[in-house]
Design a protein around this ligand. Structure first.
Ligand code: ADP
Ligand code: MG
Length: 241
């Protein structure tokens, strides 16, 4: 397992639609991501960032090129096998997507395998919420939580089953800058402890420094790929924040 990249993409092209409406949105993407890295993807709206994330997360099927997650080829997988792949991945979206009628703990428990004992799942959910600074809010409903707290519940839900790969699509978009930064710093601490790989799309310039690597997507192609400040800490800073 040690030398297997978290993500290995080779010659990936992706098209939406069919016939005259067929439109290419990803062009010959090649990308290898080492385990334990935090990779941030930036790029203009419509450049294909979300499409790339949903392909990697097995939420959409790739038909062209090769797309591997921890050595598992996703191109050509059956729908059933794609479901199995998804279990190893944590998803965080722009909108927190919490169930309004469930408490923070119950929302987080949804991500856990139902085979486990309920008491153990309750405890796991509570521990993850506590790790994200929500120890006092475990049994609150989403309506009683702030935007930043709701997004932290969503992050707890994405991390609680200990996925090896976390895909985050603009997780701070609905938050103010300070709250957004707090949320990703907590996420960063947790994943670094566990060696989790993160691929995160963001427009938020204030969080770029948590990245080990920065990738820029323009018109469906990787336009730039460089080390982030987190990796280049002992070298010249790439940008001032
Ligand atoms: P980004 O996340 O960088 O804004 P997207 O991956 O959402 O970009 O979109 C890339 C391109 O694909 C855009 O031109 C968008 O309009 C198009 N697109 C996205 N989703 C669909 C879809 N479900 N059907 C057809 N076209 C889509
Ligand atoms: Mg998007």
């Amino acid at each position: 397992m040690q030398n297997v990249p978290a993500v290995a993409i080779r010659n990936l092209n992706f098209f939406y639609g069919a016939g005259d409406l067929r439109k290419q949105v990803l062009f010959d993407i090649n990308l290898t991501i080492d385990p334990g890295q935090i990779v941030i993807v930036t790029g203009p709206s419509g450049s294909g960032k979300t499409t790339l994330l949903t392909l990697l997360g097995a939420l959409r099927t790739a038909t062209d090129g090769s797309l591997q997650v921890f050595g598992q080829e996703l191109v050509g997988l059956s729908a059933q096998d794609l479901v199995a792949v998804r279990r190893n991945i944590g998803f965080i979206f722009q909108a927190h997507n919490l169930f309004a009628s469930l408490t923070a703990r119950q929302n987080v428990m949804l991500a856990l395998d139902l085979h486990g004992a309920t008491a153990a799942r309750r405890e796991q959910a509570a521990n993850m919420l506590t790790a994200l600074g929500l120890g006092e809010r475990i049994d609150y409903l989403p309506q009683a939580l702030s935007g930043g707290q709701k997004q932290r519940v969503a992050i707890a839900r994405a991390l609680v089953h200990r996925p090896q790969l976390v895909l985050a699509d603009e997780p701070t978009a609905a938050l103010d800058k300070k709250t957004g930064r707090e949320v990703v710093e907590r996420m960063q601490r947790l994943v670094k402890e566990k060696g989790t790989t993160i691929l995160m799309v963001t427009h938020d310039n204030r969080i770029l420094d948590i990245a080990d690597r920065l990738i820029e997507l323009v018109d469906g192609s990787i336009e730039r790929d460089r080390p982030g400040v987190a990796t280049a800490q002992n070298q010249e800073p790439f940008f001032m924040l």
